[in-house]
Design a protein around this ligand. Structure first.
Ligand code: SF4
Ligand code: SF4
Length: 414
């Protein structure tokens, strides 16, 4: 696509990156068919090709309005379009650049600005989020429906094995997950302990930065990344840990991108690239220990459970990890049911479910219908945001897949 970027952006790193992405797009429209918002709204401007065109206009200095911003707001950043695109167009990076600029050109006001400010300020703070979650559980019945569904029931997390192996890895605790489902990292620690790896959480690390970054506080998101790097770096530098393990695929896609996000920061560029290179989704770690896992599970088969796996967009499109979790669940003796349109987003998408509730609910209803078609009695996922969002719309239990493997391996109840 031919572009003539405006002076304000053309000689900047963002401008050069945006121009390369725009040039790669041949306008074929293959991506449109797999875009969830295009499928729901039927408007070219609510699909990837239309949004690319809108961002091109923005970067060329043309007038943009609240309508332009709305079409970009409706994008889930699910990256289904990237998986489909035959030309390798890195849409999500272009969207980040476009959103950052439109936020300045068409600023928000009133309730919309206040809502985004509150999400940016409170969600990434694990301590504040933890207190809010406890308070929310205490007064759950009094909360408005939109908030009530963000407060999952508390479940016991079980023991965290003491570090006893020479092989060590760091787990990201994150911001929302420790308060919503501490059982996920504890189950991961038990599964990894069983295959000979001790998992530790490093004090000082917190939110991966995705919340603030995707609410257009991009510098705030980078600060979160720097704080995590500072917390992890001493153990990494001393060679004490093999990997940084992500149990939420939404965080994984962000941390794997630290190298790119901090590439212009001379103090952090090298460290960020190393951290990204050693970051793995927990499924990649467990799959690498597949033989040990298989051996351990040989004598620990439980009752047959039919499971539908919802592969989060951040896992299958963001990290391009497909089929790995499905294979691990099969190894653990679960029966996987087929899931129609598995490439489509469930509507959670970080804070999207709070900012675009109507579209989010439609996508959830569609996803739950698809997940239920094979008769599953359990839904598995790989991201806390998707889990909470889906659970609010169904009585079928929704669990992280690693909790299912842990239940087979260690007998911990689901
Ligand atoms: S599929 Fe790729 S090249 Fe074709 S319109 Fe979409 S982004 Fe552009
Ligand atoms: S990221 Fe998802 S919602 Fe956004 S344009 Fe691409 S496919 Fe559509």
């Amino acid at each position: 696509m031919q572009t003539q970027l405006a002076d304000f952006i053309k000689d900047t790193p963002e401008g050069r990156e945006a121009e390369a992405i725009l040039r790669a797009c041949v306008h074929c429209g293959f991506c449109t068919a797999t875009c969830p918002t295009y499928q729901l709204l039927g408007d070219e401007l609510d699909g990837p090709r239309g949004r690319i065109y809108l961002i091109k206009q923005l970067l060329e200095g043309h007038d943009v309005t609240e309508k332009t911003r709305l079409h970009l707001d409706r994008c889930l950043t699910c990256r289904s379009c990237e998986s489909t695109c035959p030309s390798g167009v890195h849409y999500s990076r272009l969207a980040d650049i476009g959103r950052h600029i439109i936020e300045q050109r068409v600023p928000r006001s009133g309730a919309e600005a206040a809502k985004r400010w509150a999400l940016r300020e409170f969600v990434p703070r694990a301590d504040v989020f933890g207190i809010a979650m406890k308070a929310g559980r205490a007064v759950r019945g009094l909360l408005p429906a939109a908030l009530k569904e963000k407060v999952p029931d508390a479940r016991p997390s079980g023991p965290w094995p003491k570090p006893r192996h020479a092989r060590r890895m760091i787990a990201l605790a994150g911001c929302a997950q420790p308060a919503m489902a501490p059982s996920i990292n504890a189950a991961t620690a038990r599964v990894l302990d069983a295959v000979g790896v001790s998992l530790v959480e490093q004090p000082g690390a917190g939110c991966c930065g995705a919340v603030r970054f995707h609410l257009n506080d991009q510098e705030g998101g980078r600060d979160d990344a720097r704080r995590n790097i500072d917390a992890w770096w001493p153990a990494v530098e001393r060679g004490e840990v093999e990997a940084i393990v992500m149990t939420a695929s939404g965080c994984g896609v962000q941390v794997k991108d630290y190298g790119h996000l901090l590439a212009q920061d001379p103090a952090y560029a090298e460290k960020a690239a190393r951290i990204s290179a050693m970051t793995r989704d927990v499924s990649e770690i467990v799959a690498a220990e597949g033989e040990k896992l298989q051996e351990l599970l040989r004598t620990r088969r439980g009752e047959a459970v039919a499971v539908a796996f919802q592969s989060p967009c951040t896992l299958q499109h963001g990290q391009q990890i497909r089929g790995v979790v499905e294979s691990l669940l099969t190894t653990a003796g679960f029966t996987l049911t087929p899931v129609r349109d598995g490439h489509l987003c469930c509507g959670s998408a970080g804070t999207y479910s709070l900012l675009q509730p109507e579209l989010s609910k439609q996508l959830r209803a569609n996803k739950l219908a698809a997940l239920g078609e094979g008769g599953a009695t359990m839904i598995a996922s790989a991201n806390i945001g998707c889990m909470t969002h889906l659970q609010a719309g169904t009585t079928t239990p929704v669990r992280h897949w690693v909790e299912l493997v842990d239940s087979r391996l260690n007998g911990f109840p689901l």
